[in-house]
Write a protein that binds this ligand. Structure first.
Ligand code: DC
Length: 229
């Protein structure tokens, strides 16, 4: 049997991590897991159920009532996230969630809950997972770690286009403020802040096409796989 590796893709908000992770997983025949979707789904649950997430006891009780699963959708050809049996893949992309998710993701019990599930999902390798702490905390022994960056202006523009297609009332300032706020909270929180793992390889995609960044990632994965063969 061909050896399989674990691939982690971390980096700043909206720098194309999930696009690359999805494509790379497809090429390699690996499972793709969007770890940010888990924090977004938890945030959605907290908002819908009016959970006061500054109250530790309330958070612990709420987490006991949350079940998260990923199922592959043949039509969209991607794995989609389910919160207590409901497909929430699309609602969690809303700016309302983006405005709160970094605060929720900074809570210790929320992180332990999500990280335990992420580690279980990656138990058999053959996985590409993207997030903020995947190479540092979730899979510190991953064979291939990629850290993605891109200029802020380019990231704002990309995210604005994505959100504007769904909501034409959105402004570029709102998107910029949200992105900068999330970058700040994600990289300054106490537990598992966003940082590049020492052994991660950086890809700055400010001036790269999707094909170019995918080619780079495939080359990196092939090199690692060759060494294991
Ligand atoms: O990748 P994303 O934008 O969907 O992630 C949403 C938020 O979740 C992000 O602002 C930070 C948090 N997150 C995290 O703390 N750790 C991860 N592994 C993934 C996401």
């Amino acid at each position: 049997m061909k050896p399989k590796i674990t691939i982690t893709i971390d980096g700043w908000s909206s720098c194309g991590k999930s696009t690359l992770a999805k494509q790379l997983a497809k090429v390699l025949g690996y499972v793709y897991i969007d770890s940010g979707a888990m924090y977004r789904a938890i945030t959605l649950y907290f908002l819908r159920n009016h959970i006061d997430w500054t109250d530790e006891k309330e958070v612990t009780e709420a987490l006991n009532n949350i079940s998260i699963e990923f199922h592959y959708n043949d039509v969209s050809q991607q794995s989609e996230i389910y919160l207590n049996g409901e497909n929430v893949e699309y609602v969690i992309r809303d700016l309302v969630i983006a405005e709160k998710v970094s605060d929720v993701a900074a809570i210790e019990s929320v992180r332990s809950f999500a990280v335990a599930q992420q580690q279980k999902l990656g138990m058999y390798k053959g996985i590409v997972m993207d997030g903020r702490d995947i190479g540092t905390t979730v899979f510190p022994d991953a064979e291939l770690k990629i850290f993605m960056t891109a200029d802020t202006a380019v990231r704002v523009e990309r995210r604005f286009k994505e959100l504007y297609a769904k909501n034409p009332n959105i402004t570029i300032e709102e998107v910029k403020n949200n992105l900068e706020m999330r970058d700040y909270i994600d990289s300054n929180r106490k537990i598992s802040p966003l940082r590049k793992a020492e052994d991660a390889i950086e890809i700055d995609n400010t001036n790269l096409s999707m094909e170019e960044q995918l080619r780079k990632a495939i080359d990196l994965a092939e090199k690692k796989l060759k060494r294991l063969a």
